[in-house]
Design a binder for this molecule. Structure first.
Ligand code: PBG
Length: 328
């Protein structure tokens, strides 16, 4: 037949498919989240996130060695304190859980591993909100002082990068000023810039005990219906000095990643969150889908949408898949 267009010519073998591939994937852009809790000799399975664990700082080595064995050398740390209070004091305590975990890892691994810390209050406040309450509302400007203190304490402990996830207005600017004024002008800020009020965080909140005790996070996290607002949020953060902009969650927000990649020259990160992980993991376990194949395909879709960096609980498995050539 006399067909003009035969796109199948360039699909005929693995070699030619590899040659024309548009999205090139690298494990260098993967960040693995790790949960730390206070105590000793703990490696506790997280029930809501099969295959993930909560570690005490003295067992950080197991978590990090495992990452390095897969070629993953960037991590994002979360802390689960023993004591929570109204103002989340343990979030900025000199010997708080994240600060101790950072010290333990840096002491052992120095620059072999790049540590990003999540800057937020919800794991540390008794009410589970991401800031300081005034009645039932989260007081934006009061919260900023606390976020500055948290970010500074992480930098002092040795974090390489801080990632504010609270969604208060103006926090990138004030954290930047605080870090600069204290001699940390070289510490970059990865802003959770477009962070949506999402049900996909459910398994994380169970793991971290950080669900709000009343109400929801809709007065600070974004409405899933909006994309122009995401551009506005992200570009404000860029103006305030963010070094990397994040879109979160990932899979249901690929359009936001794409749109942002056309509006900014900053690197774009996306967080494939706990609910995304749990859906793929559990559907795979139930024999309903091919877990490995879907992990690979969904990872490619995030890079294809325009993400440079992916934060994912599958980081180690994805690194293996890249090595095997199952993701290009
Ligand atoms: C802290 C924070 C959350 C996540 C990352 N940082 C929870 C939330 O906003 O409720 C969610 C990560 C995930 O679901 O994997 N604010």
């Amino acid at each position: 037949m006399d067909l003009i267009n035969r796109p199948r010519r360039l699909r005929s073998s693995e070699l030619v498919r590899g040659m024309i591939r548009e999205t090139r994937v690298s494990k260098d852009g993967l960040i693995y989240p790790i949960f730390f809790e206070e105590g000793e000799n703990i490696k506790a399975p997280i029930e809501s996130m099969d295959g993930q664990f909560r570690y005490s700082p003295d067992r950080a080595k197991e978590a990090i060695d495992d990452c390095l064995a897969h070629g993953i050398n960037k991590v994002l740390l979360f802390g689960i304190p023993k004591e929570k209070d109204e103002v989340g004091s343990q979030a900025y305590a000199e010997h708080g859980i994240v600060q101790e975990a950072v010290r333990a890892i840096k002491e052992e691994y120095k620059d072999q591993i790049y540590i990003v810390t999540d800057v937020c209050m919800c794991e540390y406040t008794s009410h589970g909100h991401c800031g300081i309450l005034c009645g039932h509302d989260v007081d934006n400007d009061k919260t900023l002082d606390y976020l500055n203190a948290i970010a500074l304490s992480h930098a002092e402990a040795g974090a390489d990068m801080v990632a504010p996830s609270d969604m208060m207005d103006g926090r990138i600017g004030t954290i930047r000023q605080t870090l600069d004024a204290n001699g940390y002008s070289n510490i970059p800020i990865m802003s959770y810039a477009a962070k949506y009020a999402s049900k996909f965080y459910g398994p994380f909140r169970t793991a971290a005990g950080s669900a709000p005790s009343f109400g929801d996070r809709k007065s600070y996290q974004m409405d899933p219906h909006n994309i122009r607002e995401a551009m506005k949020e992200a570009l404000y953060d860029e103006d305030e000095g963010a070094d990397i902009l994040m879109v979160k969650p990932a899979l249901s927000y690929l359009d936001v990643i794409r749109a942002l990649s056309e509006r900014t020259d900053l690197p774009i990160a996306t967080y494939s969150v706990s609910g995304e992980y749990a859906m793929i993991k559990n559907a795979g376990k139930a024999g309903l889908i091919d877990e490995y194949g879907i992990m690979c395909e969904s990872t490619v879709s995030m890079f294809r949408a325009g993400a440079d960096i992916i934060i994912t609980y599958y980081a180690k498995e994805i690194a293996d898949a890249i090595k095997k050539g199952d993701i290009g």
